[in-house]
Design a binder for this molecule. Structure first.
Ligand code: PGA
Length: 251
């Protein structure tokens, strides 16, 4: 049985005061059985969030980065070192979020290098894939995702792949209030698991595949009821302790 993951992607939001409020609520939450609660704050807030998580949450909330460099350390001004992420207590990093792909033009080959660096530092990687509306409407969804996985993940060391989680996030559903229907999401999740097997990547059955795109307490239940949906990567609804708690209790 695969366990469930609810991962909050806080993006470039929150001041320290908002984070303290989040913890006031979330620290009182009992996370569902077999559910893992993770959050990815802005890099600048990582030490603050780690401290609050350790003091108030007793290990029930793991903390990670939203991005990292493709080198472990060195002369890369302004970048986030995966080695330093691991060193301060982060356990995972999100790689290839569609905002990174669209705004910062990150390509699959670079995302593969970033994943490789993060995995070699002992971080788990949440690797994001997903199609734009135009790609969906022209029938290219599977092709796009196949290419993202073949170029972004297949070249990685097979042994390290047990530390990869996939997040399927249709770009048209992110921050738009338009969620993929449970069956649209399930079709793509099933496709990803089948592709994993077809490409000879290990343990397709155990691969954790998260759905992301306008997930909220009101729609999490029907999404999680799908056979191949193992959790959610949540933006907007992860910012407030009340909503994030509801998402993690429900699972
Ligand atoms: P959203 O964002 O939940 O606000 O749609 C999801 C994401 O970008 O990971």
């Amino acid at each position: 049985m695969r366990e469930k993951y609810i991962v909050g992607n806080w993006k470039m939001n929150h001041k320290q005061e908002d984070i303290s409020k989040f913890f006031e609520v979330f620290s009182k939450t009992t996370v569902g059985k077999n559910c893992h609660a993770w959050v990815a704050p802005q890099a600048i807030h990582l030490p603050f969030v780690l401290e609050l998580s350790n003091k108030k949450c007793n290990g029930k909330l793991l903390v990670g980065g939203q991005n990292c460099c493709y080198e472990k350390s060195g002369a890369y001004t302004g970048e986030i070192s995966p080695e330093a992420l691991k060193d301060i207590g982060a356990t995972f990093v999100i790689i290839g979020h569609s905002e990174r792909r669209a705004i910062y033009k990150e390509q699959n080959s670079e995302l593969c290098k970033k994943s490789s660096a993060a995995l070699s530092c002992g971080l788990q990687v949440i690797f994001c894939v997903g199609e734009t509306l135009e790609e969906r409407e022209s029938g290219k969804t599977e092709k796009v995702i196949e290419q993202q996985i073949i170029e972004g993940i297949k070249p990685l060391d097979k042994k390290s792949l047990q530390n990869i989680i996939i997040a399927y996030e249709p770009v048209w559903a992110i921050g738009t209030g338009k969620t993929a229907t449970p069956s649209q999401a399930e079709d793509v999740h099933k496709f990803i698991r089948t592709l994993w097997e077809k490409e000879g990547l290990p343990n397709a059955h155990d691969l954790i595949i998260l759905y992301g795109g306008s997930v909220k307490p009101a729609n999490i239940g029907e999404l999680m009821a799908q056979k191949n949906i193992d959790g959610a990567l949540v933006g907007g609804a992860s910012l407030k302790g009340e909503d994030f708690s509801a998402l993690t209790i429900a699972n």
